[in-house]
Design a protein around this ligand. Structure first.
Ligand SMILES: C[S@@+](CC[C@H](N)C(=O)[O-])C[C@H]1O[C@@H](n2cnc3c(N)ncnc32)[C@H](O)[C@@H]1O
Length: 278
């Protein structure tokens, strides 16, 4: 019996894979099938069986995403949050990698991916890389956000952080992004899902009005002098009200050195750190 045959026998008999919620288990099964196929195992009928199983598992994932998407449209973001909470039983919010929760979020939001029209960024501006979904849910769990909060994502990319904040909490969220194609994508998604508390602006973060924000989120969108200017601008806001600054990636070390913010002295760079104004 080939390794692919044995694997198919195991996976086809595993009832957990058919549980609509079993996204992570299906992702593992799909990985194993792909690895077996890469190794060139199996004859023609086995490969056809593998393909049929793959299609069945992918269809279950799509159905799960579609159901959660409909729930979001009806204002039921809490279910997505519950779903992510359940997922934390098996995943910790650290590291820079992506995992099945990202696929779930991408299947739920269906953010249109811009094509070749993305412009080049100026020096010190960091190219788009999305915050892994588990970090976003980890942030929502730890903050928490109320109806009085306004979170600004500085350098929002395709906007999934403000979109998830608006979907899963009562807060408002605003994404500021310099690339017009990303902003158009984020706005289309917010409109499609009726997420009216998520708004987006195409602008250089240095030029925007920060006066309504209570929480700032930075996944290292820029470095050097731009980061310095932004931190000085946020510090000016913190003179008149309490502010939280949440960071991920290398900018965390710079933010941790700000005397007007309290937070971990040596925060990890692969988990979101929450700082509070003193
Ligand atoms: C590392 S990505 C973070 C994306 C998003 N915040 C997230 O966590 O998924 C950085 C984003 O910042 C944007 N960006 C860089 N410099 C900017 C600036 N000066 N003003 C606004 N956006 C900027 C980039 O285009 C990119 O989309």
């Amino acid at each position: 019996m080939t390794a692919l045959h044995a694997l198919l026998d195991t996976l086809e008999r595993d009832p957990t894979l058919l549980d609509p919620q079993a996204l992570r288990e299906r992702a593992q099964a799909l990985d194993r099938l792909e690895r077996a196929a890469d190794l060139g195992g199996g004859d023609e009928p086995e490969r056809a069986r593998a393909q049929a199983l793959r299609l069945r598992l992918e269809a279950l994932d799509r159905a799960l995403c579609e159901r959660l998407r409909e729930t979001l449209r009806d204002g039921g973001g809490a279910e997505l949050l519950d779903w992510a909470e359940r997922d934390f039983a098996t995943a910790t919010a650290s590291g820079e990698h992506y995992d099945p929760l990202d696929e779930l979020v991408s299947g739920v939001l269906r953010l249109p991916e811009p094509g070749d029209e993305i412009g080049a960024l100026a020096e010190e501006m960091v190219f788009y890389q999305p915050t892994p979904a588990r970090h976003v849910f980890d942030l929502l769990r730890r903050l928490p956000l109320s109806a009085d909060d306004v979170l600004i994502d500085l350098g929002a990319g395709l906007g999934h952080v403000p979109l998830l904040v608006a979907a899963c909490t009562e807060a408002r969220a605003h994404g500021v992004e310099i690339e017009p194609a990303y902003v158009a994508s984020a706005q289309a998604c917010a409109a499609e899902l009726g997420l009216t508390r998520a708004t987006f602006a195409c602008a250089d973060a240095r030029a925007v009005d920060l006066s309504h924000a209570t929480v700032f989120y930075l996944y290292t969108p820029f470095t050097g002098t731009i980061l310095r200017q932004m931190l000085d601008a946020i510090a000016r806001q913190a003179r008149s009200r309490a502010i939280r600054v949440c960071t991920l990636g290398p900018c965390t070390a710079v933010v941790a050195a700000e005397p007007w913010l309290a937070g971990d002295a040596r925060p990890p760079s692969d988990r979101i750190t929450v700082f509070r104004s003193r």
